[in-house]
Design a protein around this ligand. Structure first.
Ligand code: GLN
Length: 368
């Protein structure tokens, strides 16, 4: 019989609930907002999605690690998550082209995690109590010490994080001879979004989150893209101002997730922190323009207030979530600008919503 010799680890929730398990990754202590992703696959893409910066992910799929880590499946240069909570962790991978096992990958990036946790119980708990912070530790089981550490973990509400994960200097992506030029406001962009743009004949210039509109405009792009990203859209006035100027310019604009929240704010709508976020690969969304439904990939903990949408003259509601009627997409009346809360690039997830990238390209072509 193989003995499980991994050190003991503790998961402490903000409300004082304790779960015990075994250490994975680095031996240490970490804190962040706990959130769960219900995807059955795609853990590497999830961990490397910059929108998870500051968060500790619970994978509800109970087997994690069994297909290792692949060179081409990262959404950014390194994992963005602050920690990991797993039911059954495998440090043996069964895939011929995996370059590494997940345990070594976590060690490479100093990530602290816990396995052997009843993740169904954790998820039921945080679903009923709502979003909260947590601490994972594999270096101490002293709960009082960990409670003291919990006080140092900031609340996600009110946190600006895009400037921590975006490019530091403008960067070009794609073929410079491509027919369309899009200025990308990087609030924490996923690599697969850029790939969806470049695959459609777009040459991108990716700008840091806090770049003023004048600099974006100076490149003379055919359109603008506002990316996904971590943190609270409610405190990102700098990005809202940029997006307002883009709207004034009259050029086509597309926003995804955080980009959708920022475009919404720029049109006078407000955002709020959800009781429980949407994170998974099977969220049903109805396109109100076509009447068709799509299964979508999602990852957000904030949303646009539906009452604001109902009373707005500035926008039209284009997409709605069929699980809970939350706002999934808008377009701005009289302007070539639209956005969605879900992730058409998927990665991981279904491809039903990819047509939105085509819609953006069509908008640019018709405009120019
Ligand atoms: N994926 C994203 O862009 C997330 C947006 C925002 N940080 C939220 O949690 O709602």
């Amino acid at each position: 019989m193989k003995l499980n010799l991994k050190p003991e680890a503790i998961l402490l929730l903000e409300d004082g609930t304790v779960f015990k398990g075994r250490a994975i990754g680095k031996i240490g202590t970490t804190g962040g907002e706990i959130c769960f992703n219900t995807g059955m696959t795609g853990y590497q893409e999830i961990y490397t999605d910059p929108s998870y910066y500051g968060q500790i992910v619970v994978n509800t799929n109970s087997h994690i690690g069994n297909y290792g880590v692949h060179k081409n499946e990262s959404e950014s240069g390194q994992p963005a998550i602050f920690g990991l909570i797993i039911n059954s962790f495998s440090d043996i991978q069964s895939r011929h082209d995996a370059y590494e096992n997940l345990q070594n990958y976590l060690l490479e990036y100093d990530l602290v995690g816990i396995e052997g946790v009843d993740t169904r119980m954790v998820v039921k708990h945080i679903r009923s109590k709502g979003a909260m912070n947590c601490i994972i530790s594999s270096e101490t089981t002293d709960i009082d010490k960990l409670k003291a550490k919990m006080k140092e973990v900031p609340s996600m509400k009110g946190l600006e994080l895009s400037s921590k994960v975006c490019v530091k200097e403008p960067k070009f992506v794609g073929d410079e001879n491509a027919p369309i030029k899009v200025a990308v406001l990087d609030l924490g962009i996923k690599a697969s979004i850029l790939k969806n743009l470049t695959d459609r004949g777009v040459y991108c210039k990716v700008f840091p989150a806090k770049t003023p509109f004048s600099e974006l405009e100076a490149w003379n792009p055919d359109g603008y893209f506002i990316s996904n990203g971590p943190g609270d859209p409610g405190v990102m006035d700098y990005a809202v101002d940029t997006v307002k100027s883009i709207l004034d310019s009259g050029k086509p604009m597309f926003g995804i997730c955080l980009g959708h929240q920022i475009l919404s704010r720029a049109t006078g709508l407000s955002t709020y922190k959800m009781h429980s976020g949407h994170r998974g690969l099977n969220h049903p969304v109805k396109n109100l323009v076509t009447g068709l439904s799509e299964i979508t990939s999602q990852n957000h903990g904030f949303a646009v207030k539906v009452e604001d949408v109902e009373s707005s003259d500035a926008i039209e509601l284009t997409h709605v979530n069929l699980n809970d009627d939350t706002v999934e997409g808008i377009r701005v009346k009289g302007k070539p600008a639209f956005s969605v809360q879900h992730h058409p690039e998927a990665s991981p997830g279904p491809n039903d919503a990819k047509y939105l990238f085509d819609n953006f390209i069509d908008l640019i072509k018709n405009k120019n």
